[in-house]
Design a protein around this ligand. Sequence first.
Ligand SMILES: Cc1cc2nc3c(=O)[nH]c(=O)nc-3n(C[C@H](O)[C@H](O)[C@H](O)COP(=O)(O)OP(=O)(O)OC[C@H]3O[C@@H](n4cnc5c(N)ncnc54)[C@H](O)[C@@H]3O)c2cc1C
Length: 459
Amino acid sequence: MAQRLIVIGGDAAGMSAASQARRRRDRDDLEIMVFERGHFTSYSACGIPYWISGLVSGPEALIARDPQTFRTTYAMDVRLRHEVTAIDLDRREVVARDLEGGGEVRERFDDLMYATGAVPVQPPWAATDAGGVFGMQTLDDGAALRDWLEGEPRPRRAVVIGGGYIGVEMAEALMQRGLTVTLVEAGSQPMATVDGDMAELVADAMRGLGVTIRTDLPVTGLEQRDGRVSAVVTAEGPIPADVVVLGLGVRPNTALAEASGFPIGTTGGIRVDRRMRVTGLSGVWAAGDCVETLHRVSGMPVHVPLGTHANKQGRAAGINIGGGYATFAGVIGTAVTKVCDLEVGRTGLREREATLAGFDFVSVVAESTNRAGYYPGARPMTVKLIAERPSGRLLGAQIVGWSEAAKRIDTLAVALWNGMTVDDMTSLDLGYAPPYAPVWDPVLVAARKAVDALAALDR
Ligand SMILES: Cc1cc2nc3c(=O)[nH]c(=O)nc-3n(C[C@H](O)[C@H](O)[C@H](O)COP(=O)(O)OP(=O)(O)OC[C@H]3O[C@@H](n4cnc5c(N)ncnc54)[C@H](O)[C@@H]3O)c2cc1C
């Protein structure tokens, strides 16, 4: 009899795992059954802001592979609108509720792939029956927001609550649709994924683009009129709103895992080993936004909910389920985003993270340009480097700039991944031609500055 893999969650991590397992084991050897509570499989939540802005079409364009393709080409039993509500690890069974047809099914498994993603953080004040308040996690959320923006009375004033990368991307999207946008942040600046000095550059640029930014301002409630949201309540008074987008972060979606006896780590994510096996549970795998992983620089467990990791982790799990051997090597915290033409990238540790991890370090900020100063389109680029003292090993990097900035972080990520020192980096053979870089690339300028700073301290 064929063995059976049950996958809970039909997006990046779950379907990467299922696809890899199928590549290695055919249907006579391994049955694959997928339970997904939503309407879609393998969709790009990352594309939602650009669908909202109108830059890309959706939702079909945001779907990498639809359920029918998985059924016919990959011989998988994909059940949409089915929510797994219980896992019995002793009997090796799951219970799933049919959210549309009603009723429940109970199915056995040999291997279980847990890939339920993350859930948006929702403070009590966000629980409202008023129309016009949206979290942004799934394509269904995106569709609901688009319907609201296109409905009558046409919303004009948007408030985005939370200045993480999703909040910032949504602020841009709403502005590009012609709404007046206010971004409200409880902390001292939006974009807290970079250090304060770099985040200030992002905030300044956003203000320049027309977004009103209110910082150090916790939201305490929402007001409504005639069933529609009308304002966001703060200690400094209400901010009028016809539409509110919540960008308050996410946490691992582990309620079912916890109830079923999975081990949960200090970050709230499921504990897994390098092959994505759930620690201590045989034949049970987990990947994506629901797990915690190793930060290769700090050595600490972290929860980094990004699609890039979900795909790689799911792939590793699927190869292992298929009988091969693969590991997920951990993360170094690389991430990129943009607000209109302003690009932001980071990798490694921020100053606060480096301090928490116990490193002695220097940090430098170097101003440069994306192209030769005389070449049309040359614009400022700021590179920040954090280097261990006295070794000079690169610990972290951040870039803010107007164009061709974000993907420069990849050069720094490779240097960091490979344990390079800032001194080694000054000799890197990077490409130069006036349309692409000044003769000293901004990365090299920053590395030289870090070498000087280390030398000054040890003099
Ligand atoms: C607006 C937005 C922009 C983003 N931009 C980026 C970006 O630019 N770069 C990047 O790297 N990442 C980005 N991300 C993050 C990225 O989308 C996630 O990290 C990635 O989708 C995680 O994949 P996953 O498979 O772990 O979880 P998910 O994609 O969340 O999938 C989990 C699936 O499990 C299903 N599910 C949950 N519980 C159950 C259950 N009990 N039974 C059945 N099904 C269940 C859910 O319906 C869901 O479809 C963005 C996310 C959002 C929301």
